[in-house]
Design a binder for this molecule. Structure first.
Ligand SMILES: *[C@@H]1O[C@H](CO)[C@@H](O)[C@H](O)[C@H]1NC(C)=O
Ligand SMILES: *[C@@H]1O[C@H](CO)[C@@H](O)[C@H](O)[C@H]1NC(C)=O
Ligand SMILES: *[C@@H]1O[C@H](CO)[C@@H](O)[C@H](O)[C@H]1NC(C)=O
Ligand SMILES: *[C@@H]1O[C@H](CO)[C@@H](O)[C@H](O)[C@H]1NC(C)=O
Ligand SMILES: *[C@@H]1O[C@H](CO)[C@@H](O)[C@H](O)[C@H]1NC(C)=O
Ligand SMILES: *[C@@H]1O[C@H](CO)[C@@H](O)[C@H](O)[C@H]1NC(C)=O
Length: 342
């Protein structure tokens, strides 16, 4: 039944992954009459006059942004270009720029636009036609989203002065490992990096040691360098599902670090269970080629304070059943309430 089961799982996992694409900013919900200083093509609620809502109205270009606007919503239009001067009255006050779901290409972003924004905190530029990132000079940038573009490079150094940047999401682009070498080194407070659905052959090199979340699902990664995780002492969530991981690409103990709480290695080509640390709580290994249950992957020694903190373990869609588990497993895996074999 395995060949039937794998596509079904793939669908379920895809459905779960899609939920990451929802927007966590508030679109125009309580539009009242427009405030005094608003572009006539947009709405600026009197109760929230620093926000200008220009979303979902078939705009072809970014309208002029009047003095006083800090939050600018331009998602869901047909914008192809950004003309010089449109931000001239807000260069040092605009904080949020939301440009999702337009058709902007790099060549049509004129000089004297985003390159003049010195106070920007959030730049959302997903579902556009960017082939490389557009980064404002603002040192206050804290969140950058450029998902679903056609970016094939992310030059190193672009983010060097972004001391407050905590979250970068560039999933669904065309980035290769060479094209992102050193790209994410700069931001010293980066917590979350999502490079899923790209063309990476290895996990991104030189990422800040502050990272807590690293998602690299759906790439071409076949191995992880020895010591990679030792350079990330606060990493808690690592996802490398739907890649090409094989046993020989995982050096002994590569995942044996105390910070990890969740490790997703599902949909790869592993034949054995990699060694993990006692502190890991969630371990996803479904849809690999695992054919033996080696208890020493979880515990090298079992005692009153020495046991695995694992709560959930998925081993379904592998070549293994419940009977592959040795009897003494329950002592090592004493907190594991949920082990899935099928
Ligand atoms: C833009 O700024 C100039 C100079 O301060 C001002 O005269 C003009 O009224 C502003 N325009 C808008 C639409 O805010
Ligand atoms: C943007 O990309 C979409 C999808 O690839 C394409 O249909 C559209 O023509 C592109 N638009 C521009 C302005 O390049
Ligand atoms: C970074 O964030 C801190 C805390 O919110 C703030 O005090 C500081 O001014 C920010 N730095 C920049 C360059 O915006
Ligand atoms: C993980 O590393 C620790 C110390 O570095 C070691 O004691 C332990 O046996 C290792 N665990 C596994 C499962 O290899
Ligand atoms: C047992 O666990 C304790 C506390 O985590 C640790 O210090 C010790 O090295 C472990 N013993 C063995 C033999 O792994
Ligand atoms: C699956 O496991 C069985 C019994 O352990 C073994 O005989 C068989 O060769 C394995 N199949 C694959 C594809 O690894």
């Amino acid at each position: 039944m395995f060949p039937l089961r794998i596509p079904l799982l793939a669908i379920l996992v895809n459905v779960a992954l899609c939920q990451y694409d929802y927007y966590d900013y508030q679109p125009a919900s309580m539009l009242g009459p427009s405030g005094p200083n608003c572009n006539e093509e947009c709405d600026c609620p009197v109760t929230f006059p620093s926000a200008m809502y220009c979303d979902s109205r078939k705009l072809k270009k970014v309208p002029f942004v009047p003095t006083g606007i800090k939050y600018l919503y331009l998602q869901n239009n047909q914008i192809e270009e950004i003309k010089a001067g449109v931000f001239d009255n807000v260069t040092d006050t605009l904080r949020w720029l939301i440009l999702d779901r337009n058709q902007i290409t790099n060549g049509k972003i004129e000089k004297g636009t985003i390159d003049k924004l010195t106070a920007l905190e959030k730049l959302f530029f997903s579902y556009n036609n960017l082939t490389e990132p557009i980064i404002p000079p603002s040192k206050s940038l804290d969140e950058l989203k450029m998902m679903y573009n056609q970016m094939s490079k992310f030059p190193s150094g672009l983010l060097n002065d972004k001391e407050n940047l905590t979250s970068i999401n560039v999933q669904h682009n065309l980035l290769t490992s060479d094209a992102i070498a050193g790209a994410f080194k700069g931001p010293k407070k980066l917590l979350s990096l999502d490079v899923s659905h790209n063309k990476l052959k290895k996990l991104p090199a030189g990422v800040p040691s502050s990272l807590e979340i690293l998602y690299a699902d759906f790439n071409d990664i076949d191995g992880i360098g020895a010591g990679y995780l030792n350079k990330l002492p606060t990493l808690q969530y690592l996802r490398v599902s739907n890649n090409k991981l094989v046993d020989s690409g995982l050096p002994a103990g590569v995942f044996n670090v105390t910070s990890l709480l969740e490790l997703d290695l599902s949909f790869n080509k592993l034949q054995s269970i990699p060694e993990i640390n006692e502190q890991l709580e969630q371990f996803y290994l479904q849809a690999n080629e695992i054919n033996k249950f080696d208890l020493s992957s979880f515990c090298k020694y079992v005692g009153p304070v020495n046991y695995s903190r694992l709560k959930h373990l998925r081993l379904d869609a592998n070549n293994i059943t419940h009977s592959s588990m040795p009897a003494e497993s329950s002592n090592c895996l004493r907190q594991c309430s949920d082990i899935m074999f099928e």
